[in-house]
Ligand binder design. Sequence first.
Ligand SMILES: NC(=O)c1ccc[n+]([C@@H]2O[C@H](COP(=O)([O-])OP(=O)(O)OC[C@H]3O[C@@H](n4cnc5c(N)ncnc54)[C@H](O)[C@@H]3O)[C@@H](O)[C@H]2O)c1
Length: 379
Amino acid sequence: MAKKPLRIGLVGYGFMGRTHSNGYKRVPDFFPELQYQPVLKAVCGRSEDKTKAFAEQWGYESYETDWNKLIARDDIDAIDICTPNDTHGPISIAAAKAGKMVLCEKPIGMSTAEGEEMVKAVEDAGVANTIFYNYRRIPAVTLAKKIIDSGKLGRIFHYRANFLQDWTINADVPQGGAGLWRLDAASAGSGVTGDLLAHCIDTAIWLNGRINDVNAVTETFVKERLHSGTGKKEPVKIDDACSFFCHFENGSLGLFESTRYARGHKALYTFEINGEHASIRWDLHDLHRLEYFDHADEGEVRGWRSIHVTDGEHPYMDHWWVPGLNIGYEHSFVHHVADFLKSIEEGTPCEPTFKSALETQKVCDAVLASAAEKVWKDV
Ligand SMILES: NC(=O)c1ccc[n+]([C@@H]2O[C@H](COP(=O)([O-])OP(=O)(O)OC[C@H]3O[C@@H](n4cnc5c(N)ncnc54)[C@H](O)[C@@H]3O)[C@@H](O)[C@H]2O)c1
């Protein structure tokens, strides 16, 4: 079958630039049934030396140092945005206006207002779009969705999620600049809420439905940090930690916590869902397992079972190795790229679209407003 090329223009060659590039490269070998094949046409970064080196290492045909030039090129079909949060809006709106498909990292943007403009831009232009809330495509998480949708849990009472890290405890870590833009509110928009809880919220909405209202508390433990841009100590305006309660539309209660001050935890994303008949829990550090408790099991053998999500009948796993062999974090991006290619083949949306991801942004904004005003906030 002759393949149709999908010519990619990637913006940003950091952590996500690498995971996405790996996704584009792996897909043709592991999802050979897809009609579209990614072509690594150009990568864009601000430093010419580093962008050129990345292009050579990863096999991009060319490079640009200004994303406006990348978007203006006729030989690019899709712009993939892997840059800090303050750039998502401007780049995606310009790309959509130029008629390019837009793939963008999470969160959608800096605020609900900006997200709404981004949704309008892709919808007015009628271009394919998606936001990389990649955890949906870890097979064990996709399996959780299948189990919940089958009704096996019955009525859901509780949804609990944590995303814990410890990398900013040292007050000497500066804010701003390469890798540390996450601590600078001007680039990141918010702290753990937009960075980490956004993932938990996206998964929660996908698995358990809409969130109606929230009650949050945030804290900034280190109040001032050296700013890489100004060279001076500046106030820290991001949330270092955030916890919130919420009501879901289905009547269940939610409890979420995220921090970068949980000594010993590097990236501990966990969720647990308790239903009338069964419960489910998942842990990023053991990402190929889904824990499942079914109250209908015979009493003597009833208990939490650990499903090793590696069988051919499990989501995505028929594309990988033989049953019993794990895949990892990077495969969630391979799956996202594969699903995007499938969606343009079929003319269907690739979830989460910009519009779906805006729901997560609305919850994040309500969480931050609730913490600032010390009141419950409707989403
Ligand atoms: N889906 C996930 O699990 C996940 C994980 C990490 C980060 N992210 C998101 O991905 C995005 C990037 O994060 P990262 O960890 O890759 O950051 P990073 O700091 O590793 O890389 C950012 C890249 O953007 C480049 N850049 C910054 N401004 C630019 C501009 N104006 N033009 C061109 N290039 C520019 C930087 O030079 C760098 O190459 C963020 O929005 C973040 O929230 C998502």
